[in-house]
Design a binder for this molecule. Structure first.
Ligand SMILES: [Cu+2]
Length: 436
């Protein structure tokens, strides 16, 4: 990434205003949009968005409701929407070829979106996603707790990168095979997009909802100007809030932070590099909140996730294979594989009885990190010492490493299991499991 790109990108851009639910059904129209990625005066970038903007509108739900959302396709290619991280009814999961047919241009699809868990989620295209997400077809999806934590501002922060030409257009080559065989399509331009312009005040308590919406880039992040704790990962509250150190977000991962504003200048979201931090975006600070009395940061209320049955867990192994410099380069059309199989197989990786606990060993036998996403469920990461770790829907497995996850498969249907580096997914790294 070029320093200049980061420097000129350092001013934060606001997301589209969040949505107030006014009607029983909400239409989400996928369409071409022109977005202002470059700084003031730069040319607009032709992208794709929802309801006239990219990112699309911030959808705010209450916990435990069902909302009818109609995807209206005004693109010139087929699409579908996945509600990432929501433990959804299978028919509403938005995966063409597995849970629904694609939605052709000019057509529509009615989703009934369930929100059993409070937390930070997002929605995005799940058709030709390495292209459609790169072009902007996504938005934040927030499920609010019955009793939200006491904060002055609840701010969504999307972190993204784009590969732009000199004239500010999105570079072509969304299915570039060299990218796919390596770390995916990495941008030359990156930014943190805040859900509000600010300013906030010194002493304000904030909830920051970080979402990595990039197609392929793993973002290390530092946040300056606040003092706080991590309270949730991938929507799921931590039992005990955790200190904010250097943060890492794989594509599709989320992190909630509750923090008090300490800087009287601005809050900086930074991308640390060996040459020093690059500014992804900043939120201005102005004034002082003298009314708020200091209070500890408490855990968010837990979501109701079934407890795993450790003694009867079925063991499944998923080996990631392929890619550049690998011991076994996949041949012909596909670059990546799970257990020797490239692309979506006819038969599931495993068929679970509803309620069964599985311990899946994710073995990364490649030279690249992969962010593995399971649809329709959350799972526990298992720590090296065997302890039950964080609940996530996307886990980052470093090159050469392995990671065990423990999941109660209690949501019936056909669920995609894939790498969320979307270039890897497009070139073979996907499978599915069945819950009957
Ligand atoms: Cu991958």
């Amino acid at each position: 990434m070029h320093r200049r790109s980061f420097l000129i990108s350092a001013t934060g851009a606001a997301l589209a205003p969040q949505l107030a639910w006014a009607t029983q059904r909400f239409d989400l129209t996928a369409q071409p949009v022109n977005a202002s990625l470059l700084p003031d005066g730069g040319p607009l970038t032709a992208m794709l968005g929802f309801n006239g903007a990219t990112p699309g509108p911030e959808l705010r739900f209450r916990q435990g409701e069902v909302r009818n959302i109609r995807l209206v396709n005004h693109l010139d290619q087929a699409s579908a929407v996945h509600w990432h991280g929501l433990r959804q009814d299978n028919a509403m999961d938005g995966v063409p070829g597995l849970t629904q047919d694609v939605v052709p241009p000019g057509d529509s699809f009615d989703y009934a979106v369930r929100t059993p868990d409070a937390g930070t989620y997002w929605y995005h295209s799940h058709n030709r996603s390495s292209e459609q997400v790169a072009k902007g077809l996504f938005g934040p999806l927030i499920v609010v707790e019955d009793t939200p934590p006491d904060v002055d501002h609840d701010i969504t922060v999307l972190i993204d990168d784009w590969r732009l030409t000199d004239t500010g257009a999105l570079a072509e080559g969304f299915d570039d095979r060299h990218d796919q065989a390596h770390g995916g399509r990495l941008g030359n331009f990156a930014r943190a997009l805040f859900g509000m312009d600010g300013p906030v005040r010194v002493g304000d308590r904030l909830r920051l909802r970080l979402i990595n919406v990039a197609t392929d880039r793993i973002f290390p992040i530092e946040i300056a100007g606040i003092d706080g704790m991590i309270v949730a990962l991938d929507g799921m509250p931590l039992a005990t809030p955790r200190a904010v150190g250097e943060l890492v977000l794989a594509p599709a991962q989320r992190m909630d932070i509750i923090a008090d504003v300490t800087s009287d200048q601005q809050i900086d979201v930074l991308f640390p590099t060996r040459d020093g931090p690059f500014a992804l975006g900043a939120l201005p600070v102005n004034g002082v909140n003298a009314d708020r009395t200091p209070a500890p940061i408490r855990a968010l209320p837990a979501n109701q996730i079934a407890a795993p049955d450790l003694t009867h867990a079925v063991a499944v192994t998923l080996v990631m294979q392929g890619g550049a410099m690998s011991r076994q380069m996949m041949s012909q059309s596909d670059i990546w594989a799970f257990n020797g199989q490239s692309g979506l197989p006819d038969a599931p990786l495993h068929s679970f009885e509803r309620g069964q606990t599985a311990r899946i060993t994710l073995v990364n036998d490649t030279r690249f990190a992969h962010g593995i996403h399971l649809h329709g469920h959350h799972f526990h990461e298992i720590a090296a010492n065997g302890a039950l770790g964080d609940l996530r829907d996307t886990t980052l497995v470093d090159a050469g490493a392995s990671q065990d996850i423990l999941c109660v498969f209690d949501n019936p249907g056909k669920w995609l299991l894939h790498c969320h580096m979307l270039g890897h997914q497009a070139s073979g790294m996907k499978t599915w499991v069945e819950v009957t």
